[in-house]
Design a protein around this ligand. Structure first.
Ligand code: C2O
Ligand code: CU
Ligand code: CU
Length: 480
């Protein structure tokens, strides 16, 4: 192991943007946390219609100069989309960039042709009109660029945003849900800046991707959040391309973990930290006292592999002198189906190693897995490297059956679409493929360290009717 890490270290030293944020306790929180606006929508013939435009811009993060960035309907990141379970939605995505782009709805259950992965490029100047029915529990999902081989480049430049699903069960609970007041998106990214203010590490040249020395939350450097209620719900998203976080408060206070990638847990989990690998989400509810200040920090889970101090600052919560009442977090949140592997239609294994999955690099012309619609499968995933990898599956929310044969910790017992893989552990996942058969268009599974994904650590799966033959159709350039 030491040898491999050392070899990696030499590579990092020669090519990498591999920096560490300053040690915890040193950031001067000076900017109010930006809250992404809610995306406007209109309803026509029963369809809720959003519009997003991918565009170029310049954003002011640092004193050295403005940073060339990309955003949706703005210069950096995008608005928050909100839709109800059962609603039909359509998003008109216009590409105002000079290059092709795509928008992938991470965590969303939807037909493969609407998934927005590498099979749905939007040519410069074109508009794409994905439409589907929201059919999954309330959850914190997100959307981001996903062009084959160029995901890191455009996501790091700013093409990402949140997509919140609501439903009746979640709405009936006494959880904070006043957007921008006591219910906040917290999109955490790390960046480094060149002397002219541009992002360092334009095109990936390093083993893990960019590890930056500056933490951005919703695009804000050194942010503070003015808290006006006794409890606040933070929808944490690791929107970084490579960095692993382990979020915790500076004073070690407890919080309630209420939801993970695919929605609410059955019951809140009391925790003092929550690890998130790139792409993962966690909803936490934390209490504050009038007038106090407390810093959300991250421990670096493995400082050696993660270019980190032992811990670093993320943002400060500043409680007002008098706080509005918040109800207690309910003791029951949701009822989840039992994760039962007994009727699984197939078992498959995935070994993540180097930039390959099962010794193969991504090939758009190869189908790696053919699943039958309305069945479950058991997928066993293993990370062969002493370096971080994760595993993300499009379209579906899976359950973790076991980690090294033992039941998963409570924080991993809910619906997940992305999981961090520790070295040499065996993760058994129960993966469902509901509703949408399409022999022509695949979904993706991949490592969500974006540089690994771009290097080919990705595979494709088709969902077909029983007995249906695959008939892969390569993407066409223009979708309008
Ligand atoms: Cu968040 Cu295939 O992606
Ligand atoms: Cu995804
Ligand atoms: Cu990886």
């Amino acid at each position: 192991i030491a040898l491999l890490v050392a070899a990696g270290g030499i590579w990092f030293a020669t090519n990498a943007v591999r920096k560490a944020p300053p040690a915890a306790g040193t950031v001067d929180f000076r900017a109010p946390l930006a809250v992404p606006p809610l995306a406007p929508s209109r309803v026509e013939d029963g369809v809720r219609i959003f519009a997003l435009t991918a565009q170029e811009g310049r954003t002011s993060f640092v004193a050295q100069g403005d940073t060339p960035t990309l955003g949706y309907d703005g210069t950096y990141l995008g608005p928050t989309l909100v839709a109800e379970r059962g609603e039909q939605v359509r998003v008109d995505v216009t590409n105002d960039l000079a290059d092709p782009t795509t928008v992938h709805w991470h965590g969303m259950h939807l037909p493969a042709a609407m998934d927005g992965g590498p099979y749905s490029p939007i040519a410069a100047g074109a508009t794409w009109h994905p439409a589907w029915t929201i059919d999954q529990p309330a959850a914190t999902l997100w959307y981001h660029h996903h062009l084959h081989g160029r995901t890191r480049e455009q996501v790091d430049a700013g093409l990402a945003g949140m997509f919140l699903v609501q439903d009746d069960e979640e709405s009936a609970l006494t959880l904070p849900r006043d957007y921008g007041v006591d219910d906040l998106p917290v999109i955490v990214q790390d960046r480094s800046f060149n002397s002219d203010g541009s992002f360092a590490g334009g095109l990936g040249m390093q083993f893990d991707g960019v590890l930056g020395d500056t933490i951005l939350v919703n695009g804000t450097v050194a942010p503070y959040l003015d808290v006006t209620t006794e409890r606040v719900r933070l929808r944490l998203l690791n929107g970084s391309s490579a960095r692993m976080y382990d979020f915790a408060f500076a004073d070690g206070r407890q919080f309630s973990l209420v939801g993970t990638d695919g929605g609410l847990l059955e019951a809140p989990v009391t925790a003092t930290d929550i690890p998130l690998s790139p792409g993962e989400r966690a909803e936490i509810v934390v209490s504050v006292k009038p007038g106090e200040r407390v810093v959300l920090q991250s421990h670096a889970p493995d400082p050696a592999l993660n270019a980190g101090s032992a811990s670093f600052d993320v943002m400060e919560l500043r409680a007002a002198a008098s706080l509005a009442d918040s109800p207690e977090v309910p003791s029951r949140l949701a009822s989840l189906p039992t994760a039962d592997a007994s009727s699984a239609a197939a078992e498959r294994g995935f070994v993540m190693s180097g930039h390959d999955i099962n010794d193969r690099e991504m090939d758009l012309d190869r189908v790696d897995v053919i699943a039958t619609v309305d069945t479950s499968e058991v997928w066993t995933v293993r990370n062969n490297n002493p370096l971080p990898h994760s595993f993300h599956v499009h379209d579906t929310q899976f359950r973790i059956l076991s980690v090294d044969g033992a039941p998963p910790p409570a924080r991993l017992a809910g619906f997940k679409d992305t999981i961090a893989l520790e070295h040499d552990r065996e993760y058994r996942l129960l993966v469902r493929f509901d509703d949408y058969a399409d022999p022509t268009t695949p979904y993706m599974y991949h490592c969500h360290l974006l540089w690994h994904e771009d290097q080919g650590m990705m595979g494709q799966f088709l969902v077909v009717e029983p007995g249906q033959q695959p008939d892969l159709k390569r993407p066409e350039g223009d979708t309008d």
